[in-house]
Each structure stands twice: as C-alpha cells, then as structure tokens.
Design a protein around this ligand. Structure first.
Ligand SMILES: Nc1ncnc2c1ncn2[C@@H]1O[C@H](COP(=O)(O)OP(=O)(O)O)[C@@H](O)[C@H]1O
Ligand SMILES: [Mg+2]
Length: 413
C-alpha cells in the first residue's frame, strides 16, 4: 500500500541506539501518529487537551527541586529501572506535605524522569497522566503526581517493592529468584485483571505495550500495570478498530496490528498470550542467543502447547514438579488461544481472567512445599510431570545485561 509509517526524527534514548534487525529494536523515536485511513492526518494522543488532562486529574503537581532532593539528585545507585522513555529512580517524600523526606522515612516513591530530547516523551508523559490520573484499580500502579517545569517532565508513582516481572523471570542473581508456578499464576491473574479493567472501561482503553517490564509486583505479589505511555482510547460507536501508527515492542505486537496498524483490544490479548508463554517457559519472547529455530518463542512453542507429550519441552525447568499436567495444559491452551492469528478467535480478557481464576488454587497436584529460595532446584512430585525437558536449564551467565532489552518503539515491517 506504500504507507509511510512515520518519520524517524531522532532516537530518544542514547542507551538504546542499536537497532537490531528482526530480533529487536531498542530505540524509541520521535514521530507522529499517523491515521492510516487517511494516510496523512495525525491523530491527537487523546481527545482532551493538555490543560484539561492536567486540571481534571487528582494528581499532585510536584516541584522539580523537591523531586531532585527526594531522589538525592537522581542518584545513579537509586535507579530502579530504565525504559525507552526515561529512567526510574527511588525516592522518599513526606506523605502529607509531598516534599522531599529523608531516605528511609515517609512515603517511598518511584520517579520517572523522561529523557529530555524531543517531544515524543511529552506525548507519553501526558498519556500516562491522562489514563492513570483517571483510573484507580488494584491492578494498575498508582500515579501520585507529576512535574511539569520548564523542560522537565516527571511522573511520581507508588513504589513497587518487587520491581518488574521481567526482572523476576529473566534476571539472574541472588536477589531475583525464579518465581514459583503458584506466583506466576498469581501474577498472570493480576495482570489479566488490569487489562480486563481497561478493556471494560466506559471508554475502552487499549494498553498497547503489554510486556513483562511493564508489569510491576508489590510485596504481596500483586501485579500492577504501569507505563501507560502508549495507551490509547479504543474504538467508539460502530468502529471496529482505531487506526494508529504501529507502536509497541517487537515480539509482543499482534500480527494484524503489525500488518495494518488497526488496533483493537484483541491486540492486547495477543500480547497477554506472549507474556503468559514467557511466564510458562521462562524464555524471552525474542532471544537471538537461543539456537536457530528457537529465537522466536511463539513460533517455536506453538506446536508444543496443545500436546501432552511435547508441552514439557516448553515449560520452565526451574519450576518443574510444581504443577500437574492438567494445570500445565490448561495454562498452555489459554496462551495458545490468546495467540490465535485470527484476532476474533482470541478470548476476551474477562474469559482469560475466569480461566486463570480456576488455575489459582487447583488441587490437582500435591505440590512440593517450596519457597522462593529453593525453586531453583528442580523438584519432582509423585503426581508431577513425567517427562524430562530437553533443554532443562538455560545457560546462566549470571548477568542480564548481555540481552538487548526490548523497549517500545515504532514497529516497522
Ligand atoms: N513504581 C515503580 N516501582 C518500582 N520500579 C519501577 C516502578 N516504575 C518503573 N519501575 C522500573 O523501571 C522500569 C521502567 O519503567 P517504565 O515505566 O516501563 O518506563 P518506560 O516508560 O521508559 O518504559 C520498569 O520495568 C521497572 O523495572
Ligand atoms: Mg516500560
């Protein structure tokens, strides 16, 4: 069709400048959304103006100097994580005055400071305020406030003590122990509830960047969605989809969205399927460090997901013995449905939630008692799987840095 997806103006994040062919692009670019139906008109990020969004939200407006002190001048050793749009720092504020507090006192916060190069960051910053300023839900991270001062754009969230799901699944090291099967199912359910809530909102919201680094975990292993920078209002009236420039993260975006730019809630369901598969397998959606034929998790795993015989090739060896064959097949079948190429065949998120509810306290297997410390050791229960995985343990380098971390960006064909 000869559609020009976008104008690449500038890579925003200097730490993510290496674009890697088909396996991942670690850059975000300054560009405008394109209305593909008209091919030229740009779509505003939200139907409300910036003034309306900032006024209507119940968020606290912070001074830059307070956030600077709260994070001890954005100390490098207080970085909680980095995304394509900026770094996130740990900080402390007085919970009543909202001024900086001594480290270890008052309210712990996470402060996202957007990279200051270009306007794209501003758009995402505003989208987060628009959505997280309106919604409160146990499975959405709480946005406390923002800072808009000269060129500074910051967001202040509740601190999530257990960090992101990405860290729990893929980081190696003593701090992040692999999550047990039970906790994986718990986190999957929480994240599914967050998406279901957005899809069921009066004006439907499509999250558009569902991936493990955007799922945060609190002290009780409740999952909360964060990073609403790419969220978008769903179609209204008799429209079946919204037309957008293709944004998101390689490995997670639904095939029809990649091909057409037509965005629906079912695109999120596909991404949910990818994340569920990452949770079941302990493998990243895209991993070029794997042997040939295993780079793309969905392509590699799909043929095994419905098979009693092959399913154990896919399942994470680190949680072997913690589930029954029935549970594994049920979860794998759910992932398979979410990953249907035909969007209409994917379940709606309410259905996903219902299935995951059933998987929470299944009594099918007498699980070996385990805790977060010993899940590294394969445990075999008498009713557990009878098959040995071929690739039982991934080569562990002891560091996560070797893998190019996927970040959201415009996606190109
Ligand atoms: N509220 C928070 N509490 C703890 N860690 C957080 C919080 N928000 C973000 N992080 C960490 O920072 C990383 C990047 O945050 P994110 O909001 O996804 O940024 P970006 O919009 O740049 O992708 C997350 O993957 C997580 O590890
Ligand atoms: Mg992110």
């Amino acid at each position: 069709m000869g559609i020009c997806w976008s104008v690449r103006i500038k890579a925003v994040s200097p730490s993510h400048t290496s674009a890697t062919a088909s396996v991942g692009v670690n850059a975000k670019f300054v560009s405008k959304d394109f209305d593909l139906s008209g091919s030229t008109g740009s779509v505003p990020p939200t139907p409300r103006s910036e003034g309306e969004i900032l006024q209507s939200s119940n968020l606290k407006s912070f001074n830059f100097s307070d956030l600077k002190s709260a994070t001890r001048n954005f100390r490098p050793d207080s970085v909680l994580g980095e995304g394509g749009f900026g770094s996130v720092f740990k900080g402390w504020i007085d919970e009543h005055a909202f001024t900086a507090a001594k480290p270890g006192t008052g309210l712990v916060i996470a402060v996202k400071r957007l990279n200051q190069e270009g306007l794209q960051g501003h758009r995402e910053w505003l989208a987060e305020i628009n959505y997280l300023g309106q919604f409160q839900h146990p499975n959405l991270v709480k946005l406390i406030g923002y800072c808009l001062e000269e060129e500074h754009r910051l967001l202040v969230y509740e601190f999530m003590p257990r960090g992101s799901l990405e860290n729990h699944l893929f980081r190696r090291g003593s701090y992040f122990q692999p999550l047990s099967w039970k906790l994986r199912m718990r986190v999957a359910l929480g994240a599914a509830k967050g998406l279901a809530f957005l899809h069921n909102a009066a004006t439907q919201v499509i999250y558009r960047d569902f991936k493990t680094s955007n799922i945060l975990i609190d002290s009780s292993y409740n999952a909360k969605l964060s990073d609403f920078g790419l969220a978008k209002d769903g179609p209204v009236g008799d429209k079946s989809h919204v037309s957008t420039r293709v944004m998101g993260t390689y490995g997670y975006a639904a095939p029809e969205y990649l091909a057409t730019g037509h965005l629906t809630a079912r695109s999120d369901v596909y991404s949910f399927g990818v994340v569920l598969l990452e949770m079941l397998s302990g493998r990243r959606a895209l991993d070029k460090n794997r042997p040939n034929g295993e780079h793309n998790l969905v392509e590699w795993a799909k043929p095994c997901l419905g098979s009693k015989r092959k399913i154990f090739r896919v399942l994470d060896a680190r949680i072997e013995g913690q589930y029954s064959l029935g549970e594994a097949l049920k979860a794998a079948d759910l992932a398979l449905q979410c990953l249907s190429v035909e969007a209409k065949l994917r379940p709606i998120m309410d259905k996903v939630v219902a299935t995951l509810e059933q998987l929470q306290d299944s009594k099918e297997v007498t699980r070996s008692s385990h805790n977060e410390r010993n899940v590294n050791r394969p445990i075999r229960s008498s009713t557990g799987p009878k098959y040995r995985r071929r690739n039982a343990i991934e080569p562990s380098s002891g560091k996560a840095a070797s893998y190019p971390r996927p970040s959201a960006s415009p996606l190109y064909e």
